[in-house]
Design a binder for this molecule. Structure first.
Ligand SMILES: [Zn+2]
Ligand SMILES: [Zn+2]
Length: 390
């Protein structure tokens, strides 16, 4: 079971961004590899905290997590066997979010505590990240209810296979950057109102790589990426809804000059069903009854997601009565049960009648039994309110 992100960081759901940052910093320092050398358990905790922070510190990801929990994240089926692996779980960041990636993304949070003189150079260097790609996927109601695996053809930037993404002709096509002398960052002395202060920033000449390419790869002209396409298999969990976004980590664009791939963001669009209308996890069907069936009772067919079902209409069924087909609706995306199909009865009134029908109706018109009387049935509006406002 994947732990709740708020639990991982030991904070309440109401925590502010500042609280989240403080909690992550505390956890990151506690489980920092420099403090726990060779401790696999600490390393896992360190990664778990980084993952939680990655989601909770990002307004968009946090909102999705708050709404859908871990289910909000699909995982590439080819990447690791099924979804549920997590919110970009570390597999989520592209089949291996390494310790260096964590330092790259969240290194700032350690401030002066770590990564100083003793830190490895790799940790101080910036890792490029490719841009995210967005695609829309349109699902039928049956696909929403049953879950689906979609093969999406994506046009994207891939790492150049000739140079492995480095952009260099070969391993000797480099020279050490003369601006930063290979460090990848530069130290500047700036004047502030409190006196002089030192700041470190990414080297503008080599963009943090520490070396300069002297001979470029011929295939990608030194960019490290080439245009290509990839078929990505995406597992879409049952119960997703219009507007929900799933992320498939590491399936976005490759980074220029090597680095971490961006993510593929899959936006869900629902194809409207001809007869069933979705309302949360319930499905509404408006059943028009023949007036004689409403009076005398009948067995009628209603649509379901995968076919049709027969239901019994009791004699004297009033317009507005709601019949519930339990569990025939949409499964909750987080696994909290399944919605129902609500069949809302209505009576069909023909607009034209034949002379014979008119004669029959005239008889009913004068029948004492057909005179309207108050019924126990609440009206349609009241009924719908009681179903949806609860
Ligand atoms: Zn190349
Ligand atoms: Zn440099």
């Amino acid at each position: 079971m994947k732990r709740d992100y708020y639990e991982v960081l030991g904070i309440e759901k109401s925590a502010t961004q500042d609280d989240i940052k403080k909690a992550y910093r505390k956890a990151a320092i506690q489980f920092h590899p420099d403090k726990n050398p060779g401790d696999k358990d600490a390393e896992e905790k360190f990664k778990e905290a980084a993952e939680a922070y990655d989601v909770l510190s990002n307004a968009e990801k946090k909102a999705r997590y708050d709404q859908f929990g871990h289910a909000a994240n699909a995982q590439s089926a080819s990447g690791g066997g099924g979804y549920g692996g997590g919110y970009g779980g570390f597999e989520g960041f592209g089949g291996g979010f390494t310790m260096d990636d964590i330092f790259d993304r969240f290194g700032d949070i350690f401030g002066g505590h770590f990564g100083g003189g003793g830190g490895s150079r790799a940790r101080r260097q910036r890792v490029n990240r490719g841009s995210d790609l967005r695609v829309k996927v349109r699902l039928t109601l049956a696909e929403v209810v049953n879950g689906a695996t979609k093969k999406l053809k994506i046009n994207k930037m891939n790492a150049c296979d000739a140079c492995g993404g480095s952009g260099a002709f070969d391993k000797d096509s480099y020279t050490t950057c003369s601006t930063c002398h290979g460090a990848g960052y530069v130290t500047q002395v700036v004047n502030t109102m409190f006196g002089q202060a030192q700041t470190q920033s990414v080297c503008p000449t080599c963009e943090g790589v520490g070396k300069i390419i002297t001979k470029k790869c011929e295939k990608c002209s030194g960019s490290g990426v080439t245009k290509g396409e990839e078929v990505v298999e995406v597992r879409i969990p049952a119960g997703v809804a219009q507007g929900m976004q799933l992320s498939v980590a590491g399936k976005g664009n490759a980074a220029y000059h090597g680095g971490v791939n961006g993510d593929l963001l899959v936006l869900i669009e629902e194809e409207p069903h001809k007869e069933l209308e979705r309302e949360g996890n319930d499905l509404i069907y408006n059943l028009k009854l023949n007036i004689a069936d409403a009076v005398m009772g009948a067995s009628v067919e209603v649509p379901t997601v995968d076919g049709r079902a027969k239901i019994k209409i009791d004699p004297g069924t009033q317009a507005g009565r709601v019949l519930r087909l339990r569990g025939k609706g949409v499964p909750d995306v987080n696994g909290y049960g399944t919605g129902d199909i609500l069949v809302v009865a209505d009576v069909f009134i023909p607009t034209h009648v034949s002379p014979a029908e008119k004669d029959a109706l005239k008889k009913l018109q004068t029948s004492e039994n057909f005179k309207p009387k108050p019924t126990k049935e609440r009206n349609l509006f009241e009924r719908m309110k009681s179903y949806f406002i609860s």
